[in-house]
Design a protein around this ligand. Structure first.
Ligand code: UD1
Length: 424
C-alpha cells in the first residue's frame, strides 16, 4: 500500500489514557471467513465485521470472482451464487497476504484458479511454499511463475498431510481445500491459533465436518455442498492487546468492554511482569497500567498459545518507555523490528541484531516525525507518540488502517490527542 504526503496523523502525547473501549471484530478471523463464504453458492453473513482496508480488499477480490457484497452497518453480506470466475489479477492480490487462501477455496469450488502473487506487510520473506504444498498433496497441479500462480485439479482428494512447520495461513488453506474434497483429510502439525478455531466454527455452521481444530491434528471429512454461513466475527485479540499496550505506555487505566476470551493469556502474563494489573469483571477486562515500570529481561514470540508476534511491536513501544534494558527475540518473522529506528528518534535506545532487539527505555520520550512501514509497527508508533512529550507526526498511517477500524477515534475517546491531518 502506498504512502503519500497526506497520509499522516499528528499525536500530542503525555496524557494517561482513561475510559472504556470496545474492540473491533478480528481482522485475521474475518479474512478466512470471507474466503470460506466462497464455498457456498448463495448468501453468507459476517456480523460485526471490521471495516478495514484488508477486508475491503478481500471484498474487491470476491467481487472480481463474481460475488455481490453489501454492508448493513458492520454486517457484511456476501452473495457468492455467481462467483464462478476463476482469475484474480495481481494488482488485487498484491495488496494483501491473505489473498492466497482463496486458492484452496477456488479449487474446492471450481477445480481451478489463477491468481497474482499475494502481497502484505513486509516483515520477512513470507513465502507461500506451504500453501502450495498442501494443495499439491491434495491433487492440484500448480504452475507458479511470472508473478502468477495457476492451479487445476480434479475434485481435490483427502489425504494425510504433515506440515513441515506450523503456519496459520497454510493451515487455513488446507482446511478450505479439504471441506469439499473427496474423503478424509488429516492435517498434522497444524497451527493452533484462535483464528483457525473460528474459521472451523464458521465452516461447521455451513455444514462442514471438522474435528480437532485448535489442536495439532485436524480431521476433515469432505462433504458435497455447504450451506450459507452466518456468524459473528470474534473480538480482535491483537487490537485488544494493542489497546492494553496503549494503557501501559501512557500509564493509564482502561476497560475493554468485549475482551477476547482466553486468547490473551500469554500477553497478560507479560503485562503483569512489567508492572501492569488487570482483572476480569462481568465479562469486561479492566487494565491498570499506572504501575508499569519493570523492564523485561527476555521475551520471545511464539506460535499460539505463546506470545503473539503481532503484539511484539506494540509491546516494544511500551518497553521503550521503561528505563532499564529489555530483550525481545522475534521467532516468527525475520524482519519485524522496522520501528526500532523510529523509536530511537523519539529518545529510546533500541539495538537490533538479527532476530534480537535490546531496548533501553526512556521515561520521557519526545515527539518528532516518524514513519510507519507496516501495520503493527505503525500502531506501535501511535502508542509511543501517546506516551511521548510534545507532538509526533506519524507518516504512513494507511498501513495502520489496514488492520484497525477506529484506532484514532478510540484513543481520542480515551483522552488521547490525535488529529488526522491527511485526507485518506
Ligand atoms: C498470520 C496472520 C499474521 C500473524 C501470523 C503469525 C493473518 C491474515 N495473518 O499470517 O497477522 O503475524 O499469522 O501468527 O491471519 N511460512 C513459510 N511458508 C509458507 C507460509 C508461511 O515459510 O508457505 C513461514 C512464514 O514466513 C513465517 C511462518 O511461516 O515465518 C509463520 O507464518 P504464518 O503462520 O503462515 O503467517 P500468516 O498466515 O502469513
Amino acid at each position: 500500500m502506498g504512502v503519500n504526503s497526506m497520509d499522516e496523523i499528528r499525536v500530542t502525547g503525555g496524557k494517561p489514557l482513561r475510559g472504556s473501549v470496545s474492540v473491533q471484530g478480528s481482522k485475521n478471523a474475518a479474512l478466512p471467513m470471507m474466503a470460506a463464504s466462497l464455498l457456498h453458492r448463495g448468501v453468507s453473513v459476517l456480523r460485526g465485521c471490521p471495516k478495514i482496508a484488508d477486508v475491503y480488499c478481500m471484498e474487491e477480490i470476491l467481487k472480481e470472482l463474481g460475488a455481490s457484497t453489501w454492508w448493513r452497518g458492520n454486517d457484511l453480506y456476501l452473495d457468492c451464487a455467481g462467483a464462478d470466475r476463476t482469475e484474480v489479477p495481481g494488482d488485487k492480490t498484491g495488496k494483501m497476504r491473505s489473498s492466497v487462501i482463496l486458492l484452496g477455496a477456488m479449487l474446492g469450488r471450481n477445480r481451478k484458479g489463477l491468481m497474482g502473487y499475494p502481497g502484505g506487510c513486509v516483515i520477512g520473506r513470507r513465502p507461500i511454499d506451504l500453501h502450495l504444498y498442501v494443495l499439491k498433496k491434495m491433487g492440484a497441479s500448480i504452475a507458479d511463475g511470472e508473478g502468477y500462480i495457476s492451479a487445476v485439479c480434479p475434485r481435490l482428494a483427502g489425504t494425510e498431510i504433515l506440515f513441515p512447520k506450523s503456519s496459520v495461513g497454510a493451515t487455513e488453506q488446507g482446511i478450505l481445500a479439504a471441506v469439499l474434497a473427496e474423503g478424509e483429510t488429516v492435517l498434522c502439525r497444524c497451527a493452533c491459533e484462535p483464528e483457525i478455531v473460528w474459521l472451523c466454527r464458521y465452516l461447521k455452521k455451513m455444514g462442514a465436518k471438522i474435528q480437532g481444530e485448535g489442536s495439532r491434528e485436524i480431521r476433515i471429512q469432505g462433504v458435497e455442498t455447504l450451506s450459507g454461513g452466518d456468524m459473528k466475527v470474534p473480538a480482535d485479540r491483537i487490537a485488544a492487546g494493542t489497546y492494553l499496550c496503549a494503557a501501559a505506555a501512557t500509564r493509564g487505566k482502561i476497560v475493554i468492554e468485549n475482551p477476547p476470551e482466553g486468547e490473551l493469556d500469554a500477553f497478560l502474563q507479560v503485562y503483569r511482569k512489567i508492572g501492569g494489573q488487570y482483572e476480569g469483571k462481568s465479562g469486561k477486562l479492566i487494565a491498570d497500567g499506572s504501575g508499569v515500570r519493570f523492564p523485561l529481561p527476555f521475551l520471545e514470540t511464539e506460535e499460539y498459545p505463546g506470545f503473539p508476534t503481532d503484539l511484539q511491536s506494540p509491546l516494544m513501544a511500551v518497553l521503550a518507555t521503561i528505563p532499564g534494558e529489555s530483550h525481545i527475540r522475534e521467532n516468527i518473522f525475520e524482519d519485524r523490528f522496522k520501528l526500532a529506528g523510529e523509536l530511537n528518534k523519539m529518545g529510546a535506545s533500541v539495538a537490533v541484531s538479527g532476530r534480537d532487539a535490546w531496548i533501553r527505555g526512556n521515561a520521557s520520550l519526545s515527539g518528532c516525525e516518524v514513519k510507519a512501514e507496516e501495520l503493527r509497527g505503525g500502531a506501535a508508533l501511535i502508542l509511543a507518540a501517546l506516551a511521548a512529550q510534545g507532538s509526533t507526526v506519524i507518516k504512513g498511517y494507511s498501513f495502520v488502517r489496514r488492520g484497525y477500524e477506529h484506532i484514532c477515534r478510540d484513543f481520542a475517546a480515551l483522552g488521547g490527542i490525535i488529529e488526522d491531518t491527511g485526507t485518506t
